[in-house]
Design a protein around this ligand. Structure first.
Ligand code: SF4
Length: 176
């Protein structure tokens, strides 16, 4: 199944009775893995935005610290993890793979420090804010709704198709 995301496509399809995508840059075709990868990335971004909202509502300097830490964490994930990924061109999340190419790192197994950095970055992004999210129950519920859907999409669709054999979550390693 291929999903085609474009406004013009939907406008023209009834006029032209054609479903052939144009070669224009506004037309972008995603396969199923990428559709799940991009939508789960958006849901992850919504989770971070909810964290930002909770932090700023509680005390604005805390929000500033969180935004700075979140940017640093996101950078460390792209540089330390995605930039060494051997399948950036087929990245299910699409955008991290494209960003990571800028660093031109050689694909290789991850070091213990890189794995530890990834875990710390994920804790900063998604675990630390739980204390403040809990003080705003609607934000807390919205966060977990988005997080569960994104987690299921990543685990069942994105990881299942990912060829990054260096990742500890890669299906071949999980099967051993
Ligand atoms: S497949 Fe995973 S590790 Fe590789 S670039 Fe995409 S998000 Fe990063």
């Amino acid at each position: 199944m291929r999903l085609i995301f474009t406004e013009k496509y939907f406008m023209n399809i009834s006029e032209n009775q054609s479903n052939q995508p144009h070669q224009c840059s506004i037309f972008y075709i995603m396969n199923r893995t990428q559709a799940h990868g991009v939508s789960s990335l958006i849901l992850g971004g919504i989770c971070v935005a909810l964290n930002v909202a909770a932090m700023f509502l509680w005390w604005w300097p805390l929000g500033v610290v969180y935004v700075s830490s979140a940017l640093l964490a996101a950078f460390s994930i792209v540089y330390g993890y995605c930039a060494k990924c051997p399948c950036q061109d087929e990245c299910g999340h699409v955008f991290p793979g494209k960003l990571a190419r800028a660093f031109k790192r050689v694909p290789a197994p991850y070091t213990g420090l890189e794995i530890a950095t990834l875990i710390v970055a994920m804790i900063i992004l998604f675990v630390v804010p739980q204390y403040w999210l809990w003080k705003f129950r609607l934000l807390f519920i919205a966060f977990w709704g988005c997080a569960v859907i994104a987690g299921l999409q990543i685990r069942t669709q994105v990881c299942a198709a990912c060829q990054n054999e260096f990742c500890p979550m890669h299906r071949k390693k999980q099967a051993v």
